[in-house]
Design a protein around this ligand. Structure first.
Ligand code: FHN
Length: 687
């Protein structure tokens, strides 16, 4: 080869490599600089998509074992009922001689992670930095090194954003209340929660001033002493300390249990935090991050062999990114400061996949498809082109990858793991078909990049929504497509819509029971799936003949240790009886307790009424003996809804709520057609 051709070849290789090399990630901004908008604040985090969670502390020393049980984790102090002074004996034994922050940061980066969140303080109160606010920290240990300072420096060196997980709940600080339920000998006299709140704020300020975390990840917000007002104060303080620092929604009391999200309009926090789960359809319009363990424990447990496979972990990452979320994958380092070998192995294997396919995760947004039979899709818009990254879990046996419902013309298709191999893509009424090689590149997920012009045109089933599923006289039904480029037609006579059926131009009013069927039309033909939803014209429950002259409901308190509401509740010993104006927030109801509300609800007119029952733990609503909302079971503060048609007049109402332990919330609201949900007017509840 002549020197000139050699030079040309080398130059082409450099250009190709530069084209193939992903652009550098947007760095986390200086947390102290006020961003111009929430989008600017979130930009680096949305681009990141993938982070490392680290649960590390004194609890790594017992490694999950206490006396004859070895199933504990980071909650061992509480779960094993270890007295505060006994647990404190771990502090002089904290000596992770093998701790190497640089190695941790390198493993995270090699795995394709873009940020790290480490427990600055978990519920046991022990601090992984040398805090001026307390001696209950690493500063008073043989190791003495400031873990956070070293990890923050290593993260910066390797271009990772550094974040801290900080527990609001604190089992060590004398001013934190409530005590653990079993800590009956531990005095509460003199405990001053307001003073604890000042301590919490002082530590957060210390963390920000010393380590400039890009994320403040709060947790332990569910106990009765923490509330929305305190959450708003702490969130505001974080914003004042570091305007660009991200703060999760657990700073407030509206995370909605393990679902990590609530519709509370006054909730504060930059992103929702589903835990150990992936929201089925993501959380559209919300920044959210699923945090999950690699095995069954957050903190190190030597006996835990329940490691998720790399396949499961990678497909979680892809699934989450395809729904527009972030994946915060946890490692619980061992007491000596090393990662468990199983975690090291999984991070390396994830990193190998990310090295070839990271562009299909970083900087992507959610799939435009409702579902794909063979895998997932992530999306990346650049100028007037969109790349659809098709993550194929189940490789087609006939050599054709079908993308149903895609109306856009394919411009280019290639294998992300082998960009030199162009693929032939053709469009049809059913979508786009891509000829692919007989064998997948990667059995876990092989990614095909399909480029289309502009925003992808996807024929999704229209949405069919209404205020309720039943009605007494008439109901307005909203039928909507999600792309202004397509038409939507619908029927109410059971047929699938055809091109001759009326275009949907507003609410569809129905006056009889029927199924609304809707579909999208484009260029004169029906494209994509047909949506269908049934609505019922209901006969209102007749009013009961009762005399209920007094306002309010009778509530009976029972000392019971339920995990769910029993069908037979007769003969329960009554520990208190009262009359209350409504079924709503409780003042210190305690644990292992149930409340039963009975009386009558006065319906103002014949109509369908909707009910929203929010509780922690379980609850249930009956009207005239019919279950209207079943929100039974052990759960966090979440809400369920139901509806029933009632004739004007009195109807028997019964609400049962129980609290096993921990958080205790209850709130029942109702809504007539066209009205927002609201608590009951005093005159509506009678006994
Ligand atoms: O109680 C903690 C638990 O120990 C762990 O830290 C998880 C991780 O998000 N958060 C709480 C449980 O929701």
């Amino acid at each position: 080869m002549t020197a000139l051709r050699l030079l040309a070849f080398a130059a082409a290789a450099v250009v190709l490599a530069a084209c193939a090399a992903p652009p550098p990630p947007p760095a986390a901004p200086d947390p102290r600089r006020a961003p111009a908008s929430q989008d600017e604040r979130m930009a680096w985090w949305r681009d990141a998509r993938f982070g490392l969670f680290l649960h590390w502390g004194l609890y790594a020393i017992p490694a999950g074992k206490w006396r004859d049980h070895d199933g504990y984790g980071e909650w061992i102090r509480d779960s094993a009922r270890i007295p505060r002074e006994v647990y404190a004996e771990y502090q002089p034994n904290w000596n992770p001689t093998a701790f190497d922050a640089d190695a941790w940061a390198r493993m995270a980066k090699a795995a394709g992670m873009r940020y790290v969140v480490i427990t600055s303080k978990h519920h046991d109160g022990f601090c992984l930095w040398d805090s001026e606010q307390t001696d209950w920290d690493v500063g008073r240990t043989p190791h003495g090194r400031d873990v956070l300072a070293e990890l923050a420096a290593a993260c910066r060196k390797h271009g990772l954003a550094f974040g801290t997980y900080h527990s609001i709940m604190d089992w060590h600080h004398p001013d934190y209340l409530p005590r653990r339920p079993w800590e009956t000998e531990r005095p509460t006299q003199g405990a001053d929660f307001a003073r604890y709140e000042r301590y919490l704020h002082a530590q957060v300020a210390e963390l920000v001033q010393r380590h400039q975390p890009a994320i403040m990840w709060f947790d332990g917000e569910w106990e009765s002493t923490w509330n929305h007002e305190r959450g708003v104060r702490l969130f505001a303080h974080c914003r004042e300390l570091a305007p660009a620092m991200l703060v999760n929604n657990r700073v407030d009391v509206h995370r909605g249990g393990m679902a990590g999200f609530s519709t509370a309009t006054d909730a504060v926090g930059d992103f929702a935090t589903p835990e150990q789960e992936i929201p089925a359809t993501g959380l559209p319009g919300v920044d959210w991050e699923s945090c999950m363990t690699m095995n069954a424990h957050w903190g190190w447990n030597a006996a835990d062999r329940d490691w998720k496979s790399t396949k499961d972990l990678l497909r979680n990452l892809i699934d989450i990114a395809s729904k527009g979320g972030n994946y915060l994958l946890n490692v619980g380092p061992r007491a000596d400061g090393t990662f468990p070998p199983e975690a090291v192995e999984r991070l390396a294997q994830i990193g190998a996949w990310m090295a070839s396919n990271g562009e299909a995760i970083h900087g992507t947004t959610a799939s435009p498809f409702d579902a794909l039979p063979w895998g997932r899709c992530t999306t990346k818009r650049a100028g007037d082109r969109t790349t659809l990254y098709l993550h194929v879990f189940d490789w087609p046996k006939d050599g054709v990858l079908r993308v149903p419902g895609l109306g856009s013309a394919p411009r280019r298709a290639l294998l992300v793991g082998d960009p030199g191999q162009r693929l032939r893509a053709t469009a049809s009424d059913d979508g786009v078909a891509i000829a692919v090689p007989a064998a997948a590149i990667d059995a876990i997920a092989t990614v095909v990049a399909l480029e289309v012009d502009g925003a992808p045109l996807v024929f999704r089933a229209p949405t069919i929504t209404a205020e309720s599923a039943s009605f007494v006289r008439a109901l307005d039904v909203e039928v909507r497509g999600d792309d202004p480029r397509v038409e939507v037609r619908c029927t109410t006579d059971g047929r699938d819509p055809e091109v001759g059926d009326p275009l949907v131009r507003g609410p569809v009013r129905i006056t009889a029971s029927c199924t609304v069927r809707a579909a999208t039309f484009w260029q004169g033909r029906r494209r994509g799936p047909v949506a269908a939803r049934a609505f019922t014209k209901a006969t209102p429950l007749p009013p009961v003949k009762a005399v209920a002259k007094r306002e309010g409901l009778v509530v009976e308190r029972h000392a019971v240790d339920w995990r769910s509401i029993p069908d037979d509740r007769g003969g329960l010993p009554v520990t208190a009886r009262d009359v209350v104006a409504t079924v709503g927030p409780l003042r210190d109801p305690g644990e292992r307790v149930a409340f039963v509300y009975r009386g009558f609800l006065l319906a103002p007119r014949d109509d369908v009424y909707r009910f929203a029952l929010a509780s922690d733990d379980g609850s249930k609503l009956w009207l005239d003996g019919q279950v209207v909302v079943d929100h039974d079971g052990l759960h966090g503060p979440t809400e369920k809804r139901g509806e029933v048609a009632l004739a004007a007049g009195l109807h028997a109402i019964e609400v049962v709520w129980f609290n096993a332990s921990g958080g205790a919330t209850l709130d029942l609201q109702w809504a007539a057609p066209g009205a927002p949900f609201a608590p009951f007017d005093a005159a509506c509840l009678r006994h």
